[in-house]
Design a protein around this ligand. Structure first.
Ligand code: SF4
Length: 184
């Protein structure tokens, strides 16, 4: 029976751009160039759930990390990850290799190296208020909430896997880095 015994976890929207906040996607359905790269290495894929789509749906606005930093959001991320962690542990216990996790830099949930931060709250009915909020939006070097919970959950079972990411601002700019990572 053919199988590579190598698996990678990817953020949900890499295989389904429809889950992204309206206006952010740079590809139609799947991020084909990245999936082809993974396929060339004969690596299987576990598609992580999209926490924002599950909790807030497709009509959501873009958020910042601070808005998702609640016990409710974190607990629900963990619930969504329960079945993923179970599968990953079973694979590892039987000699499979979990190659890594590919997240989405810039996302308040799935960022790995960068996440979106800012004073993004309160009344948005006036232009001044919106302008002020937009000016305060920035990317900071930190994991998004979902990736923080995934990392923590994996560590609880002593599972160490590298985390890498594509950049939400220009997904194609990250392909070389991911290629180097997959070639290691
Ligand atoms: S980055 Fe994460 S939360 Fe955002 S659309 Fe993709 S999977 Fe969903």
């Amino acid at each position: 029976m053919k199988r590579s015994r190598k698996i990678i976890m990817v953020s949900h929207c890499i295989l389904n751009s429809n889950s992204k906040v309206e206006g952010l996607s740079q590809y139609q359905g799947i991020f084909k160039e990245l999936i082809d790269m993974i396929d060339e290495k004969e690596i299987g894929i576990i598609q992580l759930p999209c926490p924002e789509m599950i909790i807030y749906g497709i009509k959501r606005w873009g958020h910042v990390k601070e808005q998702f930093d609640t016990l409710f959001y974190r607990n629900n991320c963990r619930k969504m990850l329960e079945f993923i962690i179970g599968q990953v542990k079973s694979y590892i216990d039987t000699g499979y290799k979990i190659v890594g996790v590919i997240g989405i830099d810039g996302s308040p949930s799935c960022g790995v190296n960068l996440t979106c931060s800012g004073d993004w709250e309160g009344d948005s009915s006036s232009k001044d208020s919106i302008d002020h909020k937009i000016k305060n939006l920035k990317e900071i070097k930190a994991l998004g909430i979902f990736m923080e919970e995934l990392k923590r959950y994996l560590e609880e079972y002593n599972i160490e896997v590298p985390f890498v990411a594509i950049n939400e601002n220009d997904v194609y700019s990250s392909l070389n880095d991911i290629s180097e990572f997959l070639n290691k």
